[in-house]
Design a protein around this ligand. Sequence first.
Ligand code: SF4
Length: 317
Amino acid sequence: MSSIAISLLDIEDDASECLVAEDYQTREGKWCAGCGDFGALNAVKRLLAKEQLKPEKMAFVSGIGCSSRFPHYVNAYGFHGIHGRALPIATGLKLARPELDVFVVMGDGDCTSIGAGHWIHATRYNPNLTVLLLDNNIYGLTKNQTSPTTPQGYKSNTSPRGSVLPALNPLQATLGVSNASFVAQTADWVPAHMYATLQAAYQHTGFSFIRILQRCPKFTPDVFQDQIKNPDLTELLVHEDGVDAPGLERLFKARRVHDPKDIDEARSLAQRTDMLRLGIFFRDDSFPVYDEIRSVRPVSPEEKVQGLEREFDRYAV
Ligand code: SF4
């Protein structure tokens, strides 16, 4: 059964009002202590404040999962959809209301399993959406089942002897789709990088896909521990068209200049497992954007009635 959550708009439309990050949060997030979703929510709030987005001019759409509680906590319109279906809902919304900024929040089970078909086709359609994949490598909300991104050998309730298959790589998969226009990876434990990546994604016109590696201390407490403890295991992708943030050069010594327009190198880097890579893998603003090609003309109530009558007439006997 789907559930729909409409966040209350408690900020008046006052052009002179300057909104701060806390104005964009409706209530305290109900996640476990130490959950990476808190950091992602903070980065999103900072972005909304930086861009001074009006709550009534944006919408957050999610599927089902821990991270899909996002629309309840952001002071904007929200749609807590059904499992795996956040992307078609968001695409339809963007087509019908192109003036809205539409954000999509999904988990790895939501996006890369039941929602995989929608993920592939939404990437190809390239609607103007900012898409956050919060990837904690597990089904958390339903209490510890193997997801497509669970590392091989990792034990869960559904794989008590360990996951038998190699994990699906969401970057590789997205970069393999025709018309993919923005693919990036960041991590919740590097907040400055996460914020800069969100900002770049928001400013991109088209389907901005960000995989956020997200800590789940409840069920996958150890999957990112090596990289968290040792920053030398992480390489930042840097470029004048990429993302960077003050102070990151001191933390991360490994830096690679990568031109985000180079799709071949992006695919090659995405499949390598020698290091964790954060940054923009690919970005091209020139690709066709579906909601710009197929913008929906506003339809009056009279035209809707006429259209319905035409459809009914087709079945008249
Ligand atoms: Fe976060 Fe994991 Fe708890 Fe879900 S189960 S709220 S992902 S820590």
